[in-house]
Each structure stands twice: as C-alpha cells, then as structure tokens.
Design a protein around this ligand. Structure first.
Ligand SMILES: [Zn+2]
Length: 315
C-alpha cells in the first residue's frame, strides 16, 4: 500500500466503537466469539453444550458442570471494570497515531490512575507478545541505540546506569519500503547477545545491514547474511539508504515517547517500545485493529502484579 493510502485510510471511529461495543453486554458477547470462534468448547472436557448463568456472566458445561467466563484465563481475568472501559482503552491505545499515557487514559475512561496504568501495561504486554511472535524477514536495517542517552553518544558500549541499550530493526522490501519493525531491550551489545536476539527475532536467510560495530556479524550465527556498512568516523549519515528507515524510526519513537510520556521507568521500556512497533506493523489495516488485538488478548494468560513489576523483559 502506498504511504498516502495508509495515512488516508478510513480508520475505526469512536462512533463505531460505541455502536459495536458501547455496553458491557456487547463486549462480553464479542469476547465470547473471539474466545470460541467455532462455538463454545468446555476447557475441562471438550464438550460443546452449555448453559448460561446470566446474572454471574458464567457459562456452565452441560457435561461436567465446569463453569467458565469470557474473561477467565485472559488478560481481562478477574477485572472489576465494565468491559466497555477495556474496549475503549484498547481502541485508544491501538488506533490513535500518537501514544496515550496512563494519565490521559485515566481522564478518557474515568478510572483511577493506578487502574489506568495497569490496564495500559497489560495492553502493551499483549502487543509485545504479538510483535515478538513474528520474526522479521527480508532486508533488515539494524542499529544499536540507548534510551536515556543520546543515540551515538560518547560512551557507547559502556552504557551508564540510566542508559538502556536496545536494538532497533526495521525490515524492508526490495524496493526499500519499510514493512515491519521490532525494538528490543538487550543486556548489551556483545556478540552472544546479538546472536541470541537474532535467533529469536529474525528469520534465517534475512539480509542484515548494520554499521561496523563488532558484535553485529554475530547475526550470521542465526543463519542470516550480514552486510557491514561503514559510514566513516563521524556521526552516522542518516540519509544513507541502507539505514534511512531504521534511523527515521528511532527518531520517531524517541520523539513520540518524549512527547507522550512524562517519564518511562526503564524497567518497562520493552513494553513501550513494543507499543510503537505493534501499531507500525499493523498500520495497513486500522479497521482490523480491534478484532486482531482481541483474538490475541483472549489467548494471553492473565498477568499478575508480579509480572507487571518484573524488572526486565529482555528480548
Ligand atoms: Zn465440561
């Protein structure tokens, strides 16, 4: 799709959101359909007949009497919020071109700040798992970046405490148009970390362009072809065609994060990076954002407070 067609495509409006998912009941029915696309199947015994315990939003298997709900075992598990607040939050986070902070989310859907923050983290975790489940392929532009420090800062390779190293990768087609991207926090820029990252996030056979940093040839250990592109001693030329997209995306994401978020705890940086990658990778079809997100969300296990606080989500 041409760039202007992506930008001017018809999105999914707030009017449609209210019409389709305005009430808790509409949302519950929609979740049921995404969870059981071929009709109810008892998670315990596989039986397909059930009855609905309406006042408790539960479905009971006619065979073994196991009770389940549209939300149990999903990221919405044991939520006390009306589901239409979740749908609205997901709409705002996936559909808007700019990122929405927990503070803004709190105002838009009328919940406490703590609730908005947790919802946002859970929604971003779904995005992260989805982005990470699809390795990049084709021609890859790869670069090393620090969050919290300047890109290409003086202390590269010896990141100070508050600088978080991450890898930025953008896949392009043969015409040089960007297709998808993934930005992943790594422990550092050493060969074994690059190999580990490439094994997880790149398809074997991909062609990887990078600068001359010593660690990057390690992508070959993951079955990729490596092309080292030396830009000379000074600051990297951002207009080099081999790097133009990865440089553009790094700039866009850094600006957007600085513009949308007052501060980001670096422990949660992997999720914030994934949020941008998820939206970018799905920019071709905004109308499918909600169903595609929900299909994954009802298959993503609930997240405990422990996971939300987890120090790192490397890779
Ligand atoms: Zn059963």
């Amino acid at each position: 799709m041409a760039i202007n067609k992506i930008q001017f495509q018809e999105g999914y409006s707030l009017f449609e959101l209210f019409k389709d998912y305005g009430t808790d009941e509409q949302c519950r029915q929609a979740l049921f359909k995404w969870k059981f696309p071929d009709g109810f199947v008892c998670p315990e015994c596989g039986s397909k007949t059930y009855c609905t315990l309406k006042n408790r939003n539960l479905y009971q298997c006619n065979h073994c009497h196991h009770q389940t709900s549209a939300t149990c075992g999903t990221i919405f598990d044991s939520t006390k919020l009306p589901l239409n607040k979740w749908f609205m939050a997901i709409h705002l986070i996936t559909q808007m071109k700019t990122a929405i902070s927990a503070l803004e989310l709190r105002r838009q859907i009328k919940v406490s700040y703590k609730t908005a923050w947790k919802m946002k983290q859970k929604i971003m975790q779904v995005m992260k798992e989805r982005v990470d489940s699809k390795p990049l392929s084709g021609i890859i532009q790869l670069d090393d970046v620090y969050w919290g420090g300047e890109h290409r800062g003086g202390s590269r390779g010896r990141g100070s405490e508050n600088k978080k190293p991450f890898l930025a990768a953008v896949s392009t087609n043969e015409e040089g148009h960007p297709i998808a991207m993934n930005f992943n926090v790594v422990e550092g820029f050493r060969s074994e970390q690059i190999e580990q990252w490439a094994t997880k996030h790149l398809k074997p056979g991909s062609i990887v362009y990078s600068d001359g940093l010593n660690c990057f040839p390690a992508v070959k250990n993951a079955g990729c072809k490596h092309i080292r592109y030396v830009t000379g001693g000074g600051p990297k030329s951002v207009d080099k065609v081999e790097f133009i997209w990865v440089n553009t995306m790094i700039g866009n994401i850094k600006n957007a994060m600085r513009g949308s978020y007052h501060s980001i705890n670096s422990r949660h940086l992997p999720r914030y990076l994934a949020e941008f990658c998820y939206r970018f990778n799905r920019r071709f079809d905004l109308r499918q954002m909600m169903p595609r997100f929900m299909y994954i969300a009802v298959r993503t296990p609930p997240m405990t407070g422990k996971l939300l606080k987890m120090a790192e989500l490397y890779g």
